[in-house]
Write a protein that binds this ligand. Structure first.
Ligand SMILES: *Cc1c(COP(=O)(O)O)cnc(C)c1O
Length: 455
């Protein structure tokens, strides 16, 4: 008899609360600051951008936050998601380690993003909002929010980084199928977009620029709020449903992770799987190593500075303390579009600063190689972003082999790659290369950090 490979919960096991790590932090995270005064901002400062329910979640110190029943109802479409034991990958690696992965690609848009898109749409609808504006890089967030907007009868306007807009027509078609509007950013629709185009008509855009455009639209229209797909505290909290389910499933497997691995763009899928386990450890539970894997071509956690910075290029957002490459940083055109943000979630940055997690940067070629091995053994083709987690988990498994240890590894397979097969085509044709930055390139973008908050 082979060991069990799939651990499934039933619908009634969908968690009834999200987990808020702010309740268990040994040191509170530094507060967001007003860019003009350098003073901490209050809930009212965020009111033009977000509905009050989400603002209260953003600042909450309570450990367990109720998931509204209508949100759980929608979650039932694809949750609980499966957790697998990767027997065939283990065998291919000839490792004594046990590898488990939580698979978030079963959602309607193919990634973990709907875990937060659905509650964000729900709370905005409840507050009487008509329209959501947002940005998207590779298009996963734009399609997820468009899906959620369709469910809660909200208009969704998506500013999509121009280079992806041109390279990824299927994601745009997906947004439009759900009823969303998708605009290439920088655009002529906003002052922020026009300012960029005036300086550089050929700008291919960046997440920082697209955020400026979406924030501007929300700030200027009473019926419109802004939605962000990562980085913010409430987004990370919504994603903890991943880790809470995984805890139950590891229990079913009769196992507990020694190492948890996830990829980090803005930090939400990482926090989603890791924070419930980290919280348990902080409350005196089992020890666990937690490893964040980021692309060497956008290395905010490993090479950025832990400093106050803007979330966007046009400097419209509050200042948040995070590992940042500088809001002016424009990453090169590597393929894991979802990992191309200049900053890292303040809560992920904070736990890294406290030494509670580790971070590693990997090159895209070794990640695609891992993605292909994963496809050939476990049959799921990972999103380019998720290949970083796969590679990270494989590295841990190979270390176990070297050290002769049978550790338990858990990683988050945050999405499938069905809309990103061009990246695999390019990989097979040898068109991908590794990109890194020398210190002077990074120093240039970091020179622009706002002085009001950084002394
Ligand atoms: C958006 C996205 C990411 C990056 O965002 P995080 O907030 O770091 O999770 C990673 N993987 C996939 C599949 C995504 O869609």
């Amino acid at each position: 008899m082979t060991d069990q490979t799939k651990f499934l919960l039933s619908e009634s096991d969908i968690p009834k609360t999200w987990y808020n790590i702010q309740a268990d932090l040994p040191v509170p995270a530094p507060p967001p600051l007003h860019p003009g005064t350098g003073q901490p901002i209050g809930p009212d400062d965020l009111a033009p951008l977000f509905p009050m329910d989400l603002i209260m979640q953003e600042v909450s110190q309570e450990r367990d936050i109720d998931i509204p029943e209508p949100v759980r109802d929608v979650y039932r479409q694809w949750r609980p998601t499966p957790l697998y034991r990767a027997h065939r990958l283990e065998k291919a690696l000839d490792t004594p380690a046990k590898i488990y992965y939580k698979y978030e690609g079963v959602s309607p848009s193919g990634s973990h993003k709907p875990n937060t898109a659905v509650p964000q749409a729900f709370y905005n609808k409840a507050a009487g909002i008509k329209r959501l504006s947002t940005e998207t890089g590779a298009g996963q967030w734009g399609s997820s929010l468009s899906y959620a907007g369709a469910l809660f009868d909200l208009e969704v306007q998506v500013f999509m980084v121009k280079v992806s807009f041109q390279q990824k027509p299927y994601r745009k078609a997906m947004m439009e199928t759900y009823g969303g509007t998708c605009i290439a950013s920088p655009s002529e629709l906003t002052a922020a977009g026009r300012a960029i185009l005036e300086k550089n008509p050929d700008s291919t855009g960046s997440l920082g620029i697209a955020i400026s455009e979406a924030v501007e639209v929300a700030a200027q229209n009473d019926d419109t709020k802004y939605a962000l797909g990562s980085v913010l505290n409430h987004v990370l909290m919504h994603q903890t449903i991943v880790g809470m389910e995984a805890m139950r499933q590891m229990e079913m497997a009769g196992d507990y992770p020694d190492v948890i691995v996830a990829c980090t763009g803005g930090g939400s899928n990482f926090a989603g799987i890791a924070f419930p386990f980290l919280g348990a450890k902080l409350r005196g539970g089992n020890d666990v190593r937690i490893v964040a894997v980021e692309p060497a071509a956008c290395p905010s956690l490993t090479r950025g500075k832990f400093a106050y910075d803007f979330g966007d290029t046009a400097q419209m957002t509050p200042l948040v303390k995070m590992h940042t490459l500088g809001a002016q940083f424009v990453p090169s055109g590597f393929h894991a579009g979802g990992l191309r943000y200049h900053g890292m979630a303040p809560l992920v940055s904070h736990v890294q600063d406290l030494g509670l997690i580790e971070a590693h940067a990997l090159d895209q070629l070794e990640c695609f190689e891992a993605g292909v091995l994963f496809g050939r053994t476990e049959s799921i083709i990972p999103a380019p972003e998720a290949t970083h987690a796969v590679r990270g988990a494989i590295k841990e498994a190979l270390r176990c082999k070297e050290e002769g240890k049978s550790e338990t590894i858990l990683f988050n397979l945050c999405g499938h790659g069905h809309f990103d097969m061009q990246a695999y085509i390019d990989y097979f044709e040898g068109k991908l290369n590794n990109q890194t930055y020398d210190e002077s390139e990074l120093a240039m973008a970091l020179a622009g950090l706002p002085s009001v908050a950084n002394g």
